[in-house]
Design a protein around this ligand. Structure first.
Ligand SMILES: *Cc1c(COP(=O)(O)O)cnc(C)c1O
Length: 434
């Protein structure tokens, strides 16, 4: 469920007319619903209410300061993957001491920063990393809290680039070697063994792979509790969202109409499947949702530049591009595209919706059926709140997009569009070319 819907002919986010945002701040612009983020958070927290759960928002999905502040206010901690993300949490005025630090290649400087800020735990992915962390903690004269990421070798049945829990992925320590890794951790004088972690992939649309992974590692987790007195088990993130029918899925009626065997994963189904498996452990359970909390809470607004009618193919050229939203180019992902002004009296149009970048990969949709739209009209790419602005770049010397947060009938710019001067601020012509 989300807060994007047509009122009359105009698409709104909560009570805000999205065309008004586009006119005021220009395009391409990401717009987020604070209410949708809060609903997603609350629903998930309720769904795992039977556990001593701590939700750590995987902020790589959307690391805008305002979004972080919003989740911090809701009670979330964070799943961090870099020193930059630690600094973002601090800049948002949020708490690092309940947050966890993941990633396969943490540098010594990043480890130092996390320790100085009192990180809740490091999610360690290899024995060399244990040794490095022990070394850094020793220099600071502290004990580093650790959990080891265990790779359960489970197929998440998602896109290859976001599958992380198979034995041929770079992530974690294989279950068969995990006991040895814990023994190694326990021998390091500057490490304190606190927990265990798994994360099998992203955009999972059924509870089955989560159940398979948790079931596989639960005996090992219980053994760790007995051997090392661990206090928590992090089950990672990965809950999927609706991309195909994104607009309609904002309404409860859409969910009610889904056949049981094809119903997308809900937080309630996730909780119902996992809580009974986790409760008997008697441990704190960490959840690391990224996409689920923010994905359907954001849209990318774009303006139509031209409709180019070709031989047997139409191209709708818009002002957003793969640098603003790379998911279609990178993961072949589907984003529903809807007009901000809906007019059912217009003819239909089938077109490739493309950006202006000089690459064929700069395409948001192939042969998409839309209402006919022309130059200057606005469109929204739905379900763009996760891995959208966070993955934006400057290819073709295009400025990073603006971001706006809606709250009821109010909206505010939370990330101003970058200026050309900001884009080139760190560049210089070397002496020998002057
Ligand atoms: C990316 C990531 C997440 C979040 O994944 P989502 O699919 O966005 O929920 C959680 N935990 C770890 C370790 C990750 O790398």
């Amino acid at each position: 469920m989300h807060h994007f819907r047509y009122v009359g002919q105009n698409l709104r986010c909560e009570s805000v007319d999205l065309a008004e945002v586009a006119r005021l701040y220009g395009t391409p612009t990401y717009v987020y619903s604070a209410a949708t983020m809060a609903d997603n958070y609350t629903r998930l927290a309720r769904a795992v209410g039977g556990l001593d759960a701590q939700i750590c928002f995987a902020m790589k999905a959307n690391s805008s300061l305002a979004v972080l502040r919003h989740f911090a206010r809701l009670g979330a901690a964070f799943d961090l993957v870099s020193g930059g993300e630690i600094r973002r949490v601090l800049a948002a005025g949020a708490d690092v001491r309940r947050s966890v630090f993941a990633g396969v290649g943490k540098t010594e400087a990043e480890m130092r920063l996390a320790l100085e800020q009192g990180i809740f735990a490091f999610h360690v992915e290899s024995e060399p990393e244990l040794a490095r962390l022990n070394h850094v903690a020793g220099q600071l004269g502290v004990k580093a809290p650790v959990a080891i990421r265990v790779n359960p070798d489970v197929d998440a049945h998602t896109h290859a680039k976001i599958t992380t829990g198979k034995s041929d992925n770079k992530f974690g320590v294989p279950l068969a070697q995990a006991a040895a890794a814990y023994a190694a951790a326990a021998k390091h004088p500057h490490l304190a063994v606190k927990g265990v972690q798994i994360h099998i992939g992203s955009q999972l649309t059924s509870a089955a792979p989560f159940v398979e992974a948790v079931t596989k590692v639960v005996p090992f987790v219980a053994q760790l509790k007995a051997d090392y007195g661990i206090s928590y088990f992090s089950i990672g993130g990965g809950i999927g969202i609706v991309y195909q029918d994104a607009l309609a899925s904002g309404q409860p009626a859409w969910w009610d109409a889904q056949p049981a065997d094809r119903r997308p994963l809900t937080p309630e189904a996730y909780g119902a499947a996992l809580v009974p498996l986790l409760q008997p452990l008697g441990l704190k359970i960490l959840l690391e949702p990224g996409r689920f909390l923010v994905g359907n809470a954001g849209v990318l607004l774009t303006r139509v530049e031209h409709l180019k009618r070709g031989a047997g193919k139409n191209f709708l050229i818009v002002d957003a591009a793969m640098n603003d939203l790379i998911r279609p180019a990178m993961y072949d992902s589907h984003h529903e595209i809807v007009p901000l002004h809906r007019d059912t009296t217009r003819r239909a149009l089938t077109a490739d919706v493309v950006g202006p970048i000089c690459e064929s990969g700069d395409c948001f949709a192939h042969d998409r059926l839309l209402q006919e739209v022309g130059e200057g009209e606005y469109l929204a790419l739905m379900s763009a709140g996760a891995y959208g602005s966070a993955m934006a770049g400057r290819y073709n010397t295009r400025a990073l997009p603006a971001e706006v947060l809606v709250h009821g009938g109010a909206f505010e710019l939370i990330h101003a569009r970058e200026s050309f001067e900001q884009m080139i601020a760190n560049e210089k012509i070397p002496a020998f070319l002057q």
